[in-house]
Design a protein around this ligand. Structure first.
Ligand SMILES: C[S@@+](CC[C@H](N)C(=O)[O-])C[C@H]1O[C@@H](n2cnc3c(N)ncnc32)[C@H](O)[C@@H]1O
Length: 169
């Protein structure tokens, strides 16, 4: 979890699956109450609930993240520091990618990071989506503990977006 922002304490995980990343986040020191996991598959959702009873695990579609985050205590008063995703973004339509990443950045603090695990060498988020949301994208560290080994892409807001309104005053 070396790609989490320094001091990150509140995290949302998209596509929890069998819980490998959930466990890694807890091992990294994220408190169970500060972790919200979304998993669409009902069986995997139940599996996650059994294994992580203190973590908030929602059986939900990542496309509904905005409303869910608000309902589960990740609103503007207490935003997430990072969103970790194991979703198969590469195979999703651009509109779906944009809806998910847009919602993720809406429920994160300004320096928040979207950390995407992917199994291919390519950036899984379309260039058009990165531009539309005004994001920076970089390839992060390789994860040795994931099977099969995964590549990490890290997305963050461009600094220019935050400072632009001030320079226009
Ligand atoms: C590659 S797996 C994640 C692997 C996970 N890190 C693990 O430890 O098993 C992707 C997961 O995302 C879930 N998923 C797919 N589409 C989703 C969506 N739209 N919203 C939430 N979860 C979704 C799948 O059910 C699957 O469990």
């Amino acid at each position: 979890m070396s790609e989490l922002p320094r001091g990150a304490s509140r995290v949302i995980e998209l596509g929890g699956g069998t819980g490998v990343f959930t466990q890694a986040l807890l091992d990294h020191g994220i408190a169970p109450v500060d972790l919200l996991v979304l998993e669409l598959n009902e069986e995997l959702h139940q599996h996650l609930q059994r294994h992580f009873p203190q973590v908030q695990v929602a059986c939900a579609d990542a496309r509904d993240l905005a409303e869910l985050a608000l309902a589960r205590g990740f609103g503007p008063e207490s935003p997430a520091d990072a969103v970790i995703s194991g979703l198969g973004l590469l195979s999703m339509p651009k509109a779906t990618q944009q809806a998910i990443l847009g919602a993720a950045f809406d429920c994160m603090q300004p320096q928040g990071r979207f950390v995407q695990f992917t199994y291919g060498p390519a950036n899984p988020v379309a260039k058009e989506v990165i531009e539309a949301l005004d994001l920076n994208a970089r390839r992060g560290s390789f994860t040795w503990w994931n099977v099969p080994p995964a590549t990490v892409y890290v997305y963050s807001r461009r600094v220019s977006r935050a400072i632009a309104p001030r320079s226009m005053r």
